[in-house]
Structure formats: C-alpha cells, structure tokens
Design a protein around this ligand. Structure first.
Ligand code: MOS
Length: 739
C-alpha cells in the first residue's frame, strides 16, 4: 500500500468543484430535466392504510384534457419482482410491485398513475380518479401504540458471556425501555424518475444514491439484460438513505413509458414522498445494565424492536454498535421487527445504530447518576481498548481523545451535577454528553482515468455525489497523484455504465472510491511512462521507475515535461488507466470503527416553556478528512438532524386508522435556522487510519448523528430532573411533566 503520509491536496479545505454549476442553476436535477416528447406521470395515492380497493373508476379522468393513459392493477405491463439481494446488487426498497393487486397495505400506496401532456393535466386527472375502498379496522398504526412483540430475528443476535447471570449478581442495575418515534428523511429534492425507452433499451434518470443498484433492479423488473438499462443521476439534492434502493414510483414510471411509447417523468409531491418513499421506523429498546460499585460494567442486554411494513421485511438493527461499545464480559443483543401499516421503512442516516446508540448512551447516563459518577469518567472506566466482540485490535481508536478534547472545549469541568443547579436569568441550563460511533465499511470499486492532451485529467466512476462532495474528493485525488490542479480535473459520476462504483451509503463512498481512482491514476501514469521511455521517446533510456510524477508532468533527474507536452510530442490524444480496489486481509486483522463525542448545553425556560439546544461541542475521529471543509459540513448537518431527532421530529399516525397525519413539511417539524444553537463547535481529529486504506480515511456521513439524541436527553435530565425515554422530547411533553 502507498500510504499517503504527506499529501498536499488531500486534507486541504477545498471548495466544491460543482459549486458553480449548482449556484448558476446549470446542475440538472432529475425533476428539472426535459426530453423531447416527454409526458408527466402523477400517482394516485390510496386514502386508507389497510383494506381492499373495491372499485377504481378512471373514465372521467381518462377523458380530461391532455390525458394519454392511466396505469392501474388491470392495466400494467408484465413486471417481475426483483430477487432483492444486497449481495447481487439488485436490492429494492419495497419488494411488492406497484399495481400488483387490490390489497392496500399503507396510506399513500399507489392505486394508479396518470400520464398526461403536462404536469398540471396529470395532477388534475389524478384527483379525478375515483377509488373506493373497503377499510379493515385492524390497521396497526405504530409500534409505539401497541404491545405486540414482533418477530424475533435470530440472525441479528450477538452475545458473549452470561449477561443474565451477571445482571442478577450486579451491585447496581438498570432496566429501562427507550423509544424513538418514526422520522421522515425530508430530503430537499423530491424523488423523481424520467424514463425513456429507446427500442429495447431503457434509459432512466433518477435521483438515486445507487445508479448501479437501480440499473440491476430495473433489469430484473423488466426482464432485460443489464447492458440494456442505463441509470443516470448527475446531481442529487440529498438522500439520507431513502434513495439507496429503488421505490415503486420508478417502476411505475418506466412501465408507463413502455406502455405509451413516450418518455415519462414523475416527480413525487412532498406528501407522497413522505408516505411512500421511506421513513426511519419507530423503535422500542429495552436496555439492562449491571455494574459494580466502582462503575465496572458487568452486563449489557439490548433488546430492540423496530417497525417494518406488511409488504417487506425491513430490519433497522439497533444493537449493531452495542457489543463493541464497552469493555464488558457479558453482552447480548436481540432484534425483532413488527409489521405496521406504513409505507416501507428504509435506512435513514446511521440506520439502526443511531437509535441503538441513543438507548445505550441514555442508559449509561442513568447508570452514572445511580453510581454518582461523572458520565465521562464512567465511559473512560469501561473503555474498550480492543474490540471486545471480535477480539481484534482496533485499526485506530481515538475515542478517549474525543471525550477529553470535547469536554475541555465545552467546559465540562464547570458543570454542577445537581439537577437544575445551573441558571442564567430565567433559564435553567443542562449539560449532557454521549459518545458517537459508526462502523467503517469499504467495498470493491472500479474507476477509469485519462491523462488528456489538453493537460486536463479525466476521472470516472459509477458512484454518485448525493450532495456530500464526492465530485470534489475524486478531483482532489487525481490532483494529488498527478500534480494537475483540482480545476483541471474533470470528474464524471452518476452513470451506471461507468466502471462499477458503490452506493452512496453507509459512509462507505470515500473509503471505497478513492483507492480505485488512485489505482486508475497510477495505471494511466504507467501507460504514459511506457510510451515516453521507448527508444524514440522523450525519456528514451530512462528507467520508468526512475521517472517521478510532479507538477502535472514527468520528471527525470535532469528534466521535467508536462503531460500535455509529452502527449503532443508522442502524438497521442490521451492515455487511459483502469483501477480497481477492494478491502483485503486487513479485515481479518483489525476492527474498523469511527468514534466521537458530543457535549450539549440545553436551556429550559419554565416561564415560557421553551427548550433550546444552545451549544454543541463535538470531537470526531474518522481517520483523515479528505476535504475538511465538506467533512465539517457533514458533521454540522448531522448535528442539526440530531436536534430534530432529540426535540422535534415525529411522524404522527392516526391511532384509529394508521393514516399519516403530518405528511407535509409544515406539520412535520425539523430543526430550522431559528433552532440552531449559538455554538456548533466541531473538531475533526486527524489520525489517518492507514490500516483501512492508503488515504487513511474512514468516511464521515453518518457518525455525526449518532450520540446527539442521547446527549440532548441527558442534558434535559440535568436541567429538569425528568428522564424522558421517548424521543423527541417535545414541548408538550415537557409542559405535561413539569407543569
Ligand atoms: Mo445512508 S442511511 O447509508 O444513505
């Protein structure tokens, strides 16, 4: 491995290379695209959550101006369910095909798709479709509104030692249940599909976190060879997991385009986006802890239940981080899923673990209080110096430094542990903290690079930039390894026909993609060296290994010639390099995780019943940050999302019939500018993890969200003396509990 120990472009704050396109409106998002002869699709959502579609009258709608066709369960081309395998890369978000039958499984399920000449005509006709239903009265509205247990998933369990016996023997115990309401991704850009058939070939523009996955899944669904499907996604207005895998609107739109023989574009309205395209499922988690008087943890049990839908089996594994979190000999986790009548849940930023870390870190805080120990000290006392579940050493773990550094910057030592003991005028101040953690993953990846005669470098990979800065870090990588400036690197992503790249998910994109791009650069440079060291070449007689890449050219002991000049001298338009990279033997030698710590100050003003998160101080250990500007931005955004999870965000389902009541961006509350703390102080520790890859980078998208929720809940307890065990801690709960 070529450890990048002293980079000059990697690790530098680098403005986004696509920033100008976005600011000037030239970046084409799927919903804005237009092709010749294009029609508009508009879905008709079911208005019940559980029952049967008894009749569907489309005649009036069919006769309205501009309407070309209406798809429904009796009028749909032949479709096939995708095998839905993560391993084969054809995973979908919902296994049920659109318009399969008359059963209604959730509010918003599509019962028809209207296709018309204009968007307004399609929408007007969709409202004129008359659907009648027989509603069944045993709809299940939410995990948190039932005592039902759910199905135990044996394969999601992990254990060591004998946690039950250790719990019985423990001097101090805790047994509490923690819940989190379902959340919406509420990503800025709506889900959108533009599907076009060219003969037997299907071309789909989609706002997706995985062009290759969606290509594979569409090939399965329409029974096409993969090479006859192309999925394109050049710009994405974020996706926090709800754009990882294909949803029914994409299938319905491609089916419509096939049926009518013209391109069709569907942009989901916000309401349907929230109803049908994923949510973070509600969770209920029972935590049992046992400890000795000195704080030594002797037993951890973490038993979780999360929601799925009745048409798929989505598992939000809450216990994933728990077995590795603390040095404790006796640990067990279990996972259940409970089908409810919602649109199918899906991953949402740090899926499963963000919920699990909330429950565990809130419980650790409660244990610290029971032991009369400082919560930071309790965590350090049970510090896992190696991964206690696998027994492997950590590749790199700086959690202790995160805890100490964030505590210092926050002023934790000024904390008076007494409940409500800290005041500022009318406000009661609470301090809380929690650890953050997220797994570090990596997958196989391919890339292609060209050194071009005009002096530019071209780099391509079939991954995508979901708004997090992938274009920029790929450009930085090519710039680092060629000495060509970042502005002269031309990056192409977001096309399924490019060399296969990863999902933009699991915080894996950086660690997965950059080593493949680096390999492709080296391959291109080697190809150039071979040309220029031939007998007629510019470096004839020089050993290729003695040629150095420097400042956008090759250098021997006595001369430097730029790539552009070299290509001109040898009359070549470009040289190509291919690269591939994959995780290897290191996976058996080390455990890979990222770590962090959040310290939060809340202010509770009992006179006006106002709770604010007023300060957040975080230290994050993700190895090296490739672009600290974008990396910090990821953590800051995650903290804002964590404030939403802690005190605001909640999908509200009607307990009578399971219909979603706040499927819009005004009734579903997220943190806005007015909710932002005065201080968000993010520190990125810089300990490159070269055991993971040559860049030393573990990825940063999700870690920042883990730990924010419990730090807030712990701070609220410190301020108010009330332990709220269900997130979000909304004002109405505070008022009810505190009068
Ligand atoms: Mo993330 S939930 O893997 O997009």
């Amino acid at each position: 491995m070529n450890e990048m120990t002293d980079p000059t472009v990697i690790g530098q704050r680098t403005p986004r290379v696509d920033g100008e396109y976005k600011l000037t409106g030239r970046a084409g998002y799927t919903g804005e695209l237009h092709v010749e002869d294009m029609l508009y699709g508009y879905p008709v959502p079911a208005t019940i959550a559980h029952g049967v579609l008894t009749s569907l009258d489309v005649d009036a709608a069919r006769g309205m101006p501009g309407v070309v066709d209406i798809l429904h369960h009796r009028r749909v081309p032949k479709l096939y369910r995708s095998p839905n395998s993560m391993g084969h890369g054809d995973q979908v978000s919902e296994i049920r095909l659109p318009f399969e039958d008359e059963r209604i499984h959730y509010h918003g399920q599509y019962v028809a798709l209207v296709v018309a000449e204009t968007f307004d005509q399609a929408r007007a006709a969709a409202h004129a479709v008359v659907a009648r239903y027989r509603q069944e009265d045993d709809a299940r509205p939410s995990l948190l509104l039932t005592d039902a247990e759910g199905d135990l998933l044996e394969e999601e369990g992990d254990s060591r030692g004998d946690p039950d016996a250790a719990f019985e023997r423990a001097a101090v115990t805790l047994d509490e249940t923690y819940c989190i309401e379902a959340e919406s991704h509420l990503q800025m850009e709506m889900h959108a599909t533009l599907a076009e058939w060219r003969g037997k070939r299907l071309i789909v523009h989609e706002s997706t976190q995985g062009v290759v996955y969606q290509r594979n899944a569409l090939a399965r669904t329409f029974d096409l060879p993969q090479e006859d499907v192309e999925v394109i996604s050049h710009y994405i207005g974020s996706g926090f997991g709800n754009k990882l895998f294909m949803w029914p609107h994409a299938i319905a739109t491609a089916a419509a385009a096939q049926l009518v023989g013209r391109p069709v574009k569907t942009v989901l309205p916000r309401q349907q986006d929230m109803l049908t395209a994923g949510n973070r499922p509600a969770s209920r988690q029972r935590i049992r802890l046992g400890a000795e008087r000195d704080g030594t943890l002797t037993s951890i049990r973490h038993d979780s239940t999360t929601e799925t839908s009745t048409v798929d089996r989505y598992v939000d594994s809450c216990g994933g981080a728990t077995p590795s979190a603390y040095a404790c000999d006796n640990v067990a986790i279990s996972q259940r899923i409970l089908p409810v009548n919602h649109g199918t849940p899906c991953p949402m930023r740090a899926p499963g673990e963000v919920s699990g870390v909330y429950a565990l870190e809130a419980a650790i805080d409660e244990l610290a209080i029971a032991l009369a120990m400082d919560p930071v000290e309790l965590r350090l006392h049970n510090y896992a110096q190696h991964d206690p579940q696998s027994g492997l050493p950590w590749s790199s773990k700086q959690l202790d430094k995160c805890l100490r550094s964030a505590a210092d910057r926050f002023g934790w030592s000024q904390r008076d542990p007494g409940i409500g003991a800290m005041r500022d005028g009318d406000e009661i101040i609470g301090y809380g903290m929690a650890s953050a953690t997220w797994s570090a993953g990596r997958q196989p990846c391919e890339a292609r690079v060209e050194l071009r005669a005009d002096g530019s470098v071209f780099a391509a990979c079939g991954t995508q930039d979901i708004g997090t800065g992938t274009y920029t870090i790929v450009a930085q990588t090519a710039a680092e390894l060629t000495g060509v400036p970042v502005e002269r690197v031309d990056v192409k992503l977001g096309e399924s026909s490019l060399p296969a790249g990863p999902l933009s998910g699991g915080s894996m994109t950086t660690a997965t993609t950059l080593p493949a791009v680096a390999a492709a650069v080296r391959d291109a440079v080697d190809a150039l060296k071979e040309i220029v060291t031939k007998p007629e070449g510019a470096f004839a007689g020089v050993d290729p290994d003695a040629l150095q890449v420097r400042d956008g050219g090759l250098a021997s002991e006595d001369k430097h010639i730029s790539f552009a000049e070299l290509l001109a001298m040898h009359d070549v338009a470009s040289v190509n390099g291919k690269g591939q990279a994959a995780p290897g033997g290191e996976q058996e030698e080390y455990s890979f995780r990222s770590f962090g710590a959040h310290f939060v100050e809340v202010r509770w003003d009992p006179g006006i019943s106002r709770l604010r998160v007023s300060r957040v101080v975080s230290s994050i250990d993700v190895g090296r940050a490739i672009n600290p500007l974008a990396a910090r931005n990821q953590v800051e955004g995650a903290i804002v999302m964590g404030i939403g999870m802690g005190i605001l965000e909640k999908l509200e389902y009607d307990p009578r019939d399971a219909r979603l009541m706040n499927s819009n961006a005004s009734d579903y509350r997220v943190a806005v500018h007015a909710d932002m703390p005065e201080v968000v102080d993010v520190e990125l520790l810089d300990y490159p993890d070269f055991r993971f890859n040559e860049f030393g980078a573990r990825g940063i998208g999700e870690i920042g969200l883990t730990g924010v929720g419990p730090a807030i809940a712990n701070a609220v307890h410190h301020a108010t003396g009330k332990r709220f065990r269900t997130l979000p801690i909304t004002v109405d709960k505070l008022v009810e509990a505190l009068g």
